[in-house]
Design a protein around this ligand. Sequence first.
Ligand code: SME
Length: 140
Amino acid sequence: DKNYNDKQSILKLISQLLAERIPYYNWVGFYLVDERDGNSLVLGPFVGEPTEHTKIKFGQGICGQAASTKATFVVDDVSKEENYLSCSPKTQAEIVVPIFDKKGNIVGEIDIDSHEKAPFNQDDRSFLEAIAELLSERFW
Ligand code: SME
C-alpha cells in the first residue's frame, strides 16, 4: 500500500513514469535545495543508475549551474561541457529544469540524462517545465 500523496512518493512516481515511457530519458530524478544551507542540492527520488553526486553546490555541474541561473539548462553533448559532473559514462545529453516556490525562490529541479546525443527539443522543455510548475503549486 503505497502512499501517493506525500512529496517524496509523488516525485518517485513521476521519475518512474518519465523513465518508463520516454525511451531517451535514461536517468530521471530530482535534486532538492538543502534547507540547512540554501546553497546546495541534495539528491531526492530518482530512477536509474545510482550516482555519487548526492550533494551538489550551487554553481557546480549542470545541476548547480541551473540552480545559480534559475533557468532550464539543456546540454546536447556533455563531452563539450567543462563544468559537468559525470554520473555515468553512457550519458550523452542532459536537461535540468528548476522548480520554484511561490515567491520565485528555487526549491529543487528535475534532472534527466539521456544516452542519446541532442535528444531534448522544445517539447521536452515545455513538458518538463509544466510538470515543475504543477509540483510547485502542489508542494511549495
Ligand atoms: N550531471 C549532473 C550531475 C547529476 S547526474 O546527472 C545524476 C551535473 O553535471 O550536474
